[in-house]
Structures are given as structure tokens and as C-alpha cells.
Design a binder for this molecule. Structure first.
Ligand SMILES: *[C@@H]1O[C@H](CO)[C@@H](O)[C@H](O)[C@H]1NC(C)=O
Ligand SMILES: *[C@@H]1O[C@H](CO)[C@@H](O)[C@H](O)[C@H]1NC(C)=O
Ligand SMILES: *[C@@H]1O[C@H](CO)[C@@H](O)[C@H](O)[C@H]1NC(C)=O
Length: 523
């Protein structure tokens, strides 16, 4: 243990000089930014100077962190209408999620247009500050990468979800379709033939749509804003030094990432804070425990169709040995909560991380959003997940495969399924297994936030981490898949076989000729 202070001292001595760090986040998704912010707070605490352009200024300003707030996009909170997911088209009984691409592509393009019109961009381009690194988000639209290109600094990308099909090539990271489910699908790394077919279809169709639709639209926006003369966006994004992603193999499965794609899933969990008094009192009044319900910041619980609301309420009253705490932001009309059971308590907002880690919280009814899911896994709380959209199906698939919880489809969201599902995950054997698996998620050589900070500082110190840039990002599809080598080898093999065949025939003829002339001589 005497080693520890020594190690700490070396670590402090190696601490880099204060750097100028620019954050550029034009996407107004709170659940995305909640994953990014802890990294910037940690960097500010280490003395770096953060200039943050986003929709989410800090509520309480901190030293070394200056906010510049974008305006003009509605924040994506309490806006998702659950009625939209009641009927889902499943051709041949298979999930079909290509429309998700068009939805997020439209949002992303709009947020780029709005950000490009912001006076903040003018101010940023005119500012004399030279940034040591620019950190932005890789999600659906990369318009901010053009701005980063103009500001001439190494670029780091963050992803708050599993990386999208178009991110692999730009980072030079390999893809193994049969074990890598596409973001919008409910699959895991264990797929049958039909699932693999559907996965392959989704991965490559959505990837093609990105190249055919998103990239030209982005290039159009960029040339309108900054004039002609910039490289195309698909070239600019290959200049990304590092990608930090919200994945961790103990939950989301092992994947073959390139060296500069680093898993830092769970970094937002942070140290535990004391729960507010009213929640502690409620927990005290619940000797058998609490079940926590939240469908995230985007879903509007008031839009839960009434049959499903009644089913949920009925399940809650059936499990009356537990108290239920739910994030339910009431709008002007609170009639939906009139018939709520007496053991259900609703709140506009809840401290999710600290609630989940309270030992009296026994289960989590969730939508499979990645932040809540990792927090539950970190805290060892079994989940009953009803995925609605985006990557929630993928996350839910991983949770069920690793027995951190079970899935109840929205189609089946009735009293029978909910109550039975809750009984399964509340069972002692199931809960013990979750507590066991959570060890694997927590047990790491270095906490994920420290790992993220280490990599960011490494990019700064090394001027873009040149040694971990894979040349694979610059080679085309034919070379990357060794198709040329395959055909060349095939050609050589064929030539060899043909020559061998001709040679055998020649030898055969010579031998035949020889024996013929011998016979003739003998005659
Ligand atoms: C801000 O940065 C300075 C060094 O530039 C550092 O000494 C200080 O601790 C930082 N402040 C906070 C609140 O993180
Ligand atoms: C930190 O960045 C802000 C711009 O966001 C700038 O105004 C300020 O001068 C910088 N501080 C230091 C110490 O570099
Ligand atoms: C890539 O980055 C380097 C250094 O940051 C810069 O000189 C170069 O122009 C960039 N290329 C593109 C295509 O953005």
C-alpha cells in the first residue's frame, strides 16, 4: 500500500499543462449531454480551460468552464408521445427500423442549420484563442466537424450510445456483422440466420442512407455557411483522433474496436450523494423496498395509452408490499393520475443515480435508455425494460442476454406481463445473479472517467495521438476486405491449375508418343 502515494505523486507530476479545450455540441438531447458533461467537469477541475458551446449550460457555474448556450431548438425532454409506439409494422414478423434513421436525420439536420446561424459561431471564428483540442459529438450529423476543421485543432468525438454504422470506417475500426447488432435492433451477439440477415440489411442500408442523404445535405449546409473550398465532410471526419464511447463489454458485449475507439461506459455514474429527505422518509416507510419507474427524460408519461396506464396501475396495486416511485411530469391536466394506486408516488424529477444505488430499491421499470441502464447495472438493480425507440432495443437485448433484467414489449404491456415480469426479477435468485454480474461491470483497471481524461490529455500532449491513427480509415472497401488480394490469389491458383493440367497432358502425350514409337520400332 506504500506504493499508492508514490503512484499518485508520479501521476500528478505528469499532469499536463492547462490546455484550451473547446466543446461543440449542437444536438439538443439531454440524455446525450449528461454523458458528456462529467468529462468536461473533470477536465476543468484539473485546471484546463473549457469553452462549452451547447444547449445545456451549467446550473451553477464552476471555475475554468465557460458556457455559451445555443438557442433555437426545443430541448428534447418530455416530448416523446408513447401512443406512436402502440402499432409497430413488423414485415414477416421481423423488426424493421429503417424509419428511425429518417427521424434522427431530420432532427440532426435541423439542429445543424440552427447552430450555423448562431452568432456564437461568428464569435468563435473571430476569437483569438487557439484551442489545443476540440471535443464534439459523433451521432448523426457531423456539421460541427467542419467548424473544427476551420479552427485547426485535433478533434475528439464522443458517442453517448453504441457507435453508428458510418463511424467504423472513419475510425478505421473493424466490423463483424454477425456479432455486432445494428443500433436500432433488439438483437445481441447471438443471432440466428434470419436475424443476421435482418441485421446485415439494417447495417448496410442505414449506412448507405447516411452516405447518400446525410453527407450531401451536410456538405450543402457547410458550403452555404463557410463557402466552397472545404474538404467533403466524409474526409474531414477521418481526422478524428479519438472516439470515447458509452459502451462497456461487461454490459454491451466484447467488440473489436480500433485502438483509438475507447469504451468508457458508466463514466457518468459518479460518487454517491445523499438522497433528499422526502425520499429517505418514503424509503423508511417501505420495509419491503421500493420499485423505481422511469422512462427517461424524453418520454412524456402523460401520453401512456389509458389501457396500458390502467394495466400498470393494476400491477402496482397487486404488488402492494412494495412502494413505487415514478418520474411522471404532470402537465396542466393531472386527471391521468386520479386513479393511481396508493402505493405509487410520482415526482417531476428524481435523483436517479442515488435512488438506484439505495439498497432498498429492489427493481427498476425502465425504457432501456443507456444512462439509466448503466446506472442500474452499476448499482445492481434488476430491470424490467420496455424499449420504445432508438438504441433502447439494443440496450434491452444486452440486458436480457446478460440477465440484468427482462424485456416486456410495449405490445404486451398488460397487467399479466408486468406483474409476472416483476415477480421474476424480484425473485431472490435473479436479484443475487444481478448483484454478482454488477461486480464484472465495476471491476476495472482504471475508473472510466479517469480513463477518458487520460485519453483526452494524451491527445492534447501528443498533438492528435498520431500513433493510434489506423490507416484502415483511408483504404477503400475492396482493399479493406482484401477482395483484390482474394481475386489475385484465385487468379494465381487458377493459372497454376491450368498450367498443371496442360503439363500433365503434355507429359501424357509425350509418354503416349514414346510408347507408340517403341511399339512401332518393335513391329
Ligand atoms: C481551475 O484551474 C486552476 C489552474 O488553472 C486550478 O488550480 C483550479 O483548481 C481550477 N479550479 C477548479 C474549481 O477546478
Ligand atoms: C478561458 O476561455 C475563455 C473563453 O471561453 C477565455 O475568455 C478565457 O480568457 C480563458 N482563460 C484562460 C486562463 O485561458
Ligand atoms: C487534419 O488535421 C490536420 C491537423 O490537425 C490538418 O492539418 C489537416 O488539414 C486536416 N485534414 C482534414 C481533411 O481535415
Amino acid at each position: 500500500m506504500q506504493l499508492l502515494p508514490l503512484l499518485l505523486l508520479t501521476f500528478l507530476a505528469l499532469k499536463s499543462e492547462a490546455a484550451q479545450i473547446l466543446g461543440l455540441f449542437q444536438h439538443p438531447g439531454k440524455s446525450h449531454f449528461d454523458f458528456f458533461r462529467p468529462m468536461f467537469l473533470a477536465l476543468a477541475e484539473r485546471g484546463h480551460n473549457i469553452s462549452m458551446y451547447s444547449y445545456f449550460p451549467l446550473e451553477k457555474p464552476v471555475a475554468n468552464y465557460t458556457d455559451y448556450a445555443f438557442q433555437g431548438m426545443p430541448l428534447l425532454t418530455d416530448m416523446v408521445d408513447l401512443k406512436a409506439f402502440e402499432t409497430e409494422w413488423k414485415p414477416l414478423g421481423l423488426p424493421f427500423k429503417v424509419p428511425t434513421f429518417f427521424m434522427i436525420n431530420d432532427w440532426a439536420l435541423k439542429s445543424c442549420e440552427v447552430a450555423f446561424e448562431s452568432p456564437l459561431i461568428v464569435q468563435l471564428l473571430e476569437s483569438p484563442i487557439r484551442y489545443d483540442v476540440i471535443i464534439l459529438e459523433h451521432f448523426v450529423n457531423d456539421c460541427m466537424a467542419a467548424l473544427a476543421h476551420l479552427l485547426k485543432a485535433p478533434v475528439i468525438a464522443l458517442s453517448s450510445c453504441a457507435i453508428m454504422p458510418w463511424h467504423y470506417q472513419r475510425m478505421g475500426s473493424p466490423v463483424i456483422n454477425p456479432i455486432m447488432p445494428m443500433n436500432f435492433l433488439p438483437y445481441t451477439d447471438d443471432m440466428g440466420l434470419i436475424d443476421r440477415l435482418n441485421n446485415f440489411f439494417h447495417f448496410h442500408v442505414v449506412n448507405a442512407l447516411y452516405h447518400l442523404i446525410t453527407e450531401p445535405a451536410t456538405d450543402g449546409l457547410i458550403s452555404r455557411r463557410f463557402g466552397e473550398g472545404l474538404p467533403p465532410i466524409h474526409e474531414i471526419v477521418k481526422n478524428t483522433s479519438l472516439m470515447l464511447i458509452n459502451q462497456y463489454y461487461a454490459l454491451t458485449g466484447p467488440r473489436p474496436y480500433a485502438t483509438n475507439v475507447v469504451e468508457v461506459g458508466g463514466l457518468q455514474v459518479g460518487p454517491e450523494k445523499l438522497l433528499p429527505k422526502h425520499l429517505l422518509e418514503l424509503i423508511e416507510r417501505s420495509p419491503n423496498g421500493i420499485i423505481y419507474i422511469s422512462w427517461g427524460s424524453m418520454v412524456n408519461a402523460n401520453t401512456l395509452p389509458s389501457a396500458k396506464r390502467k394495466a400498470l396501475f393494476q400491477s402496482i396495486s397487486q404488488l402492494n408490499e412494495y412502494n413505487f416511485i415514478m418520474r411522471w411530469k404532470t402537465d396542466n391536466d393531472s386527471s391521468q393520475l386520479e386513479d393511481k394506486p396508493s402505493n405509487l408516488y410520482t415526482f417531476d424529477w428524481l435523483p436517479q443515480r442515488d435512488l438506484l444505488c439505495h439498497p432498498q430499491v429492489k427493481a427498476f421499470i425502465s425504457h432501456g435508455g443507456l444512462l439509466g441502464t448503466t446506472e442500474a447495472v452499476h448499482c445492481g438493480v434488476p430491470m424490467l425494460i420496455t424499449p420504445f425507440y432508438g438504441d433502447q432495443f439494443l440496450n434491452a437485448g444486452a440486458v436480457e442476454q446478460r440477465r440484468f433484467g427482462i424485456i416486456v414489449d410495449f405490445r404486451d404491456f398488460d397487467t399479466e406481463h408486468i406483474t409476472r415480469g416483476l415477480r421474476i426479477i424480484l425473485d431472490k435468485g435473479f436479484a443475487d445473479n444481478v448483484r454478482h454480474s454488477t461486480e464484472a461491470f465495476r471491476h476495472r483497471p482504471i475508473p472510466p472517467l479517469d480513463l477518458a481524461v487520460w485519453w483526452i490529455e494524451h491527445v492534447i500532449q501528443s498533438g492528435g495521438a498520431p500513433l493510434v491513427q489506423s490507416p484502415a480509415r483511408h483504404i477503400n472497401w475492396i482493399v479493406r476486405n482484401s477482395i483484390d488480394v482474394f481475386f489475385l490469389s484465385l487468379g494465381i491458383l487458377l493459372m497454376f491449375l491450368v498450367s498443371l493440367w496442360k503439363l500433365t497432358r503434355l507429359i501424357g502425350r509425350v509418354v503416349a508418343f514414346g510408347s507408340k514409337s517403341k511399339k512401332q520400332k518393335q513391329q
